[in-house]
Design a protein around this ligand. Structure first.
Ligand code: KIV
Ligand code: ZN
Length: 524
């Protein structure tokens, strides 16, 4: 794809394949709804991601719809759908990616002795035949086919070479070697790539890709070792999201290649300045907070506390800084607007922050900004982001918060909440106050009482959007019902209001999910 940036020699170009919305979403609790996936897809495309794996179309209607809508939205990146080695999976994936300008089907089958025997209960020869059948079938439907040997790092080398050769002969344009269980060590994994290059006669007809999991904390190291050995596609996720210990973190791979270009002259086409924005978006949507000391995107990644470091930094930034905060899009928190700022300045700020939302959403966000500026003296970029995210998230809500009053503290035991909600347009109040073990518990009980919804609370998390006691609280609530999980977000300078908003937001998402499977009425 072209981003107008410097283009690397083809032999040095590293294709970045993002699987945040597929493998990342497989992480328990990291669910994303359609509009959230579309927002992530937009940011990934803006970053210059080459391939976006948007889901596993056969897995559910929701996954199909997400891949299909991302395929309609995205114009620059390739849009990919995952499929097992079966006719129905492949046809479903083909249908989902059909609207894409650059559609790809990614089909996979396990090739390790362990997986073939216990998971697939298939003989190697049958797996080999399935490789040929699945890739040819996919190749009849799209021009761009990726084939993966699941549990690649524990696959016998001779069998891997046979399967890779057959997949390429059948039409695979990319062959992906996953370290599915995060078992490989860098030298060992690099040797697999070198072996494929040496032993598979048609290997030059396909791109070699790698897909590493982080069970031993080696996903990025293994991916980079593989690139050095000849892999030219890396599969990764924002913030390293993914099953168990996660996948290789895109931001770490890209920044390692950029920072150590002296030893690793391989070029991804990523606009690294978008990394922070993408990281925050994925973290907000999934409720998976980034640890403060996480490389590249952790809150402390560019903080220099110790006196010796600060002194060095003041003398010359490169004494302790191997990359600049600006290179990953981290800028000083800027004081943006005050309560006297008008619509024009607000719209300009939205543009600067990369928001392109409709006129109604701008008007709604502006009103909420004015309310915030009345309470909070200094309004920062982060405040605007939280506020707009909330505005976008809350459109079409069935349940809306009308008012909340909480009594708590040492003089009010037990804490009580009085709540009014609008449910499908009908206003309902608790009347008398609802008691709880704490103020948040009282609020959640009041919401349950009014809506009649009692999903299981899996996560309640608060984080401050900016510094200071007048900071907005951003609350994430994860609810689970019949195996389906959703994450709700709410932001407000009042933590109790933010908590109520987050719970209601999660309930709204659950309602949409429920409606998609079976019609269910709101009670109470
Ligand atoms: O980890 C894995 O093996 C996968 C494949 C589907 C590529 O996610
Ligand atoms: Zn995986």
């Amino acid at each position: 794809m072209s981003t107008g940036k410097e283009t690397a020699k083809d032999s040095e170009r590293v294709i970045i394949f993002d699987t945040t919305m597929r493998d990342g979403e497989q992480s328990p609790g990291a669910s994303m709804n359609l509009s959230e996936k579309l927002r992530i897809a937009e940011v990934l495309e803006e970053m210059g991601v080459d391939v976006i794996e948007a889901g596993f179309p056969i897995a559910s209607e929701g996954d199909f719809e997400a891949v299909n809508e991302v395929a309609k939205l995205v114009t620059e990146s390739t849009v990919c759908g995952l499929a097992r080695a079966s006719r129905v999976d492949i046809e479903r994936a083909a249908e989902a990616v059909k609207p894409a300008k650059r559609p790809r089907i990614h089909t996979f089958i396990s090739t390790s002795p362990l997986h073939m025997k216990y998971k697939l209960q298939m003989e190697p020869d049958d797996v080999y035949a399935a490789v040929i059948d699945s890739v040819s079938r996919a190749r009849n439907l799209v021009d761009d086919v990726e084939w993966s040997c699941e549990d690649g790092s524990r696959t016998e080398h001779d069998f891997m070479c046979r399967c890779v050769e057959a997949a390429i002969d059948a039409g695979a344009t990319t062959v992906n070697i996953p370290d599915t269980v995060g078992y490989a060590l860098p030298d060992e994994f690099a040797a697999i790539i070198a072996m494929l290059k040496n032993r598979v006669p048609n290997i030059d007809k396909a791109v070699i890709s790698v897909h590493c999991h982080n069970d031993l904390g080696l996903a990025v190291a293994n991916s980079l070792a593989a690139v050095k050995a000849g892999a030219r596609q890396v599969e990764c996720t924002i913030n390293g999201l993914g099953e168990r210990a996660g996948n290789a973190a895109m931001e770490e791979i890209v920044m390692a290649l950029r920072t150590r270009a002296d030893l690793m002259p391989y070029k991804p086409n990523i606009v690294t300045e978008h990394i922070t924005k993408a990281s925050r978006l994925v973290s907000t949507i999934t409720g998976f907070t980034v640890q403060p000391n996480k490389a590249i995107v952790g809150a402390n990644a560019f903080a220099h506390e110790s006196g010796i470091h600060q002194d060095g930094m003041l003398k010359h930034a490169s004494t302790y800084e191997i990359m600049t905060p600006e290179s990953v899009g981290l800028t000083e928190s800027k004081l943006v607007l005050g309560k006297h700022s008008g619509r024009h300045a607000f719209r300009e700020k939205l543009k600067e922050l990369g928001y392109d939302i409709g006129a109604n959403a701008v008007e709604d966000a502006f009103k909420r900004f004015k309310d915030l500026a009345d309470i909070k003296k200094d309004v920062f970029d982060e405040d605007i982001v939280a506020l707009v995210d909330e505005t976008v998230v809350r459109t079409n809500d069935h349940i809306k918060l009308e008012s909340l009053e909480v009594l708590c503290g040492t003089m009010h035991r037990p804490p009580k909440a009085e709540l009014t909600l609008s449910i499908e347009g009908e206003v309902k109040s608790t009347g008398s106050a609802v008691e709880g073990d704490g103020p948040v518990d009282a609020i959640f009980k009041a919401i349950k009482q009014l809506t009649g919804q009692t999903p299981h609370l899996q996560l309640y998390q608060v984080h401050a959007v900016t510094q200071g006691t007048d900071a907005q609280a951003e609350v994430t609530v994860r609810l689970e019902e019949n195996g389906k999980t959703v994450n709700g977000q709410g932001a407000d300078t009042d933590t109790m209001v933010a908590s109520a908003k987050a719970y209601i937001n999660a309930l709204n998402k659950l309602l949409v999910k429920r409606k998609k499977t079976a019609p269910a009425a709101l009670s109470a």
